[in-house]
Design a binder for this molecule. Structure first.
Ligand SMILES: NC(=O)c1ccc[n+]([C@@H]2O[C@H](COP(=O)([O-])OP(=O)(O)OC[C@H]3O[C@@H](n4cnc5c(N)ncnc54)[C@H](OP(=O)(O)O)[C@@H]3O)[C@@H](O)[C@H]2O)c1
Length: 305
């Protein structure tokens, strides 16, 4: 089968689509025939060397989320049938024709989405859900500010928070204003025309998906005792200085969270936005686009083509 592999860390030059042996599912695992796979910043970050810092060993098969159909079941797996459409996160190996997934992390695909749209959900959706609800405990009526609200994570976070009944302020650029309004935001702040922290105040929760200077400046938008959750920055004493709480969230696969997301999608309350669809042979182009940092919603690789 074809898979996307790196044998060393570096630029896109080290990325290869190669023939490897089809993996076999072990105990508690499912072999999935991959139809589509979402592209995430972590994919090019792993390629650039983050994989080493994460303790991964070369060669690495890239790709962290997928949607497809159940091919075969490993031992001790109940609840899935061959041919069933499923989606989920994997540690590695989603940019391939087949991937092994832990059954505990696999969920039936939302029935009202095609494979391409569903591929936009597992990693970005799990990230937004875990940060907003598991870490920050966001509740109805709370005031939430999201940085990077036009991206893969941010555009789903906006929709999850609106479905929960929060008041959402979106920080994005003017070119994405119509897009983030279409997601249902209450307030929009163009970060390219003004310092966003001057236009937003008294937030109960900030969800930061940008990091760096944006993460630092976003503290000014929180009310005293507010909660900052970031998926990019590494907090370093800011909570004490600002009189707030802060948490770095690392996304873990969660069938419970994916099932909740599937429910919102099937209820018509959440719709992922796919910016660009490319075939597996164009994986370098997909990684380059993600690395450019301007994606609106998600980039998806269509593996079946
Ligand atoms: N900790 C974890 O477990 C975890 C999990 C998932 C993701 N992440 C990280 O979270 C980050 C976001 O992921 P993603 O998939 O959402 O990325 P993405 O889709 O590539 O984000 C691109 C979006 O960010 C916007 N953007 C860029 N700079 C901005 C700024 N200064 N202010 C506001 N918006 C800005 C861009 O809009 P413009 O073009 O208009 O600027 C674009 O729409 C990445 O760094 C990723 O590695 C971490």
């Amino acid at each position: 089968m074809r898979a996307t592999t790196i044998n060393e860390y570096g630029s896109n030059d080290v990325v290869q689509v190669v023939e490897i042996e089809r993996p076999e599912p072990g105990e508690g695992e499912v072999l999935v025939k991959v139809h589509a796979a979402g592209v995430n910043p972590i994919d090019w970050k792993i390629r650039s060397g983050v994989g080493q810092r994460l303790g991964m060993t070369l060669p690495i098969h890239l790709g962290g989320e997928l949607v497809g159909t159940v091919e075969t079941l490993g031992a001790e797996v109940d609840g899935f049938a061959p041919g069933e459409a499923v989606f989920g996160m994997v540690h590695t190996g989603a940019f391939a024709e087949y991937a092994v997934v832990k059954a505990a992390n696999l969920v039936p695909k939302p029935s009202n989405l095609g494979f391409t749209e569903a591929a936009a959900l597992p990693l970005a959706g799990s990230t937004a859900w875990q940060a907003l609800f598991d870490e920050a405990g966001l509740t109805a009526g709370q005031r939430l500010l999201i940085t990077g609200s036009s991206g893969g994570v941010g555009s789903l976070a906006v929709q999850f928070a609106k479905a929960r009944g929060a008041h959402v302020t979106a920080v994005a650029s003017a070119r994405n204003e119509a897009f983030v309004h279409s997601l249902g935001v209450d307030e929009f702040v163009d970060y390219t025309s003004q310092p966003f922290e001057q236009a937003a105040r008294d937030m109960d929760v900030v969800f930061d998906t940008v990091g760096g200077d944006t993460f630092q400046r976003a503290f000014a938008t929180l009310r005293p005792g507010g909660f900052m959750v970031t998926v990019v920055a590494f907090p370093d004493g800011e909570a004490e200085r600002h009189g707030v709480r802060v948490k770095r969230s690392f996304t873990l696969p969660s069938a419970r969270n994916l099932t909740a997301i599937k429910g919102l999608v099937e209820a018509g309350k959440v719709m992922p936005h796919v910016d660009t669809v490319l075939p597996l042979t164009e994986v370098k182009q997909a990684l380059a686009l993600s690395e450019a940092g301007r994606t609106r919603g998600k980039i998806v690789l269509n593996i079946a083509t």
